[in-house]
Ligand binder design. Sequence first.
Ligand code: UD1
Ligand code: MG
Length: 458
Amino acid sequence: MATTLSATESLSLLSLSLACVGILANTFQGDGAPLVASIAFSGLAFASCYALIRWLGPAFMRRGFKGRDLCKLKQTEIPETMGAVCAMVYIFILVVFIPWPFYKDIVAATSGGGNRDVMMELDQVETGRLLHKFPHNKLASYLSAILSLQCIVLLGIGDDLFDIRWRHKVLIPAIAAIPMLIVYFVDFGVTQIVVPTPLRPYLGDLVDLGWLYYMYMALLSIFSANGINILAGINGIEVGQSLVIALLIVFNDALYLGPFAPYPHPATDSHLFSLYLLLPFIGVSLALLMHNWYPAKVFVGDTYCYFAGMVFAVDGILGHFSKTLMLLLLPQAFNFVYSAPQLFHLVPCPRHRLPHLNARTGLLECSRAEFKRPPARPIAEVLKLLHRLRLLDVETGDNGEIVSCSNLTILNLWLVWFGPMREDRLALGILGFQTVVGLLGLFVRHRMALLIFTQDNW
Ligand code: UD1
Ligand code: MG
């Protein structure tokens, strides 16, 4: 991989950065323009992440962060864990961005009700008598988001360094979720869910889930982070799916913020918050995707997968749309459930389940789990049933016993359905699928919700 930027690249990144800095300089006026600033910061995030991935690649390889591309004929080693670069740039940008969303409040709190003509004595400002006007709860949300994300990045890098065991690493995101859950508890604390109309005669209008709701949110973090990590193995798929999900959430936020939304909507603030977290994420992910797309020049590492999953969990929980988020994660959920027999070792699970490259055709085929001994009767029957439903490819020996089956991931299932194909075609197919399912999910969320709920909160 080239480790320097070409002249065109340098020039483009430099002009992008200058433009963004220019925009930022103009945002300290009136109420401040946090959304515009966030877009400018995302541009900066993209530019710096793009350059850093290039420059740091060799340093990462020297420290042992490298991997072989298993779906290539010539398996050269390329830098791994580039997600760590993304995450660092992202967190740095979020920290620098802190003053913007609160600019209006800082002005109001420090100079008397937003009227800057009122002169305050310095001692009044410093004793903070007017700071009660400042929205400390919002700042707490924002800071707890940063803290949770920092936690997950530390733990993710730990995993990339030491290959933590699967049964230990599933819990990682639940620990990282604690700061955000505490703030949710203190600040928002809503643990009731609205009951669908048909069930109301039995359950009432609202059901309070209490601590179960916190369990649900911790599990959502676990699922979101690991769901992305196990839908992995071909170039561009980890970052690609994360970008698609992020863009779909931005689209959903825009529904609440755009000119067509009833303004001022009560959820405006939480959807703005969501955008502040997502726009820089899209910036760094785009820079990573340009290096990780087929043929990959870097790998993203588990750090990226956990980090991306946690960004979505934090965004959905603190933005109060965690159930909508679930709809956008449906392909990951399906992949998770479909993988379960291998994750729980009912079916043998090789270290890598990514598709297999046929060296003769240059196309990917599904990879297989080989059974050393035939599986127990009930498992064999289920696998054969899945085969008949075309949800699996099972190979049987002469005596009818199962010898092997395709690995249980949607990447392999896609290849079972549509036949061998090139790596980038497979990635595009899955990303297209993710987009369609997500859009359908949002459609159902906003249009069909009225069939089972009395109102849509849009
Ligand atoms: C998860 C999957 C595993 C899959 C792996 C691929 C489960 C339980 N685990 O494991 O089945 O094989 O991700 O990322 O589902 N690699 C490529 N091409 C790519 C991406 C990765 O060849 O486009 C290979 C490289 O050798 C790279 C390695 O996968 O070094 C990274 O694997 P890692 O992310 O550590 O695997 P897990 O997340 O543990
Ligand atoms: Mg991984």
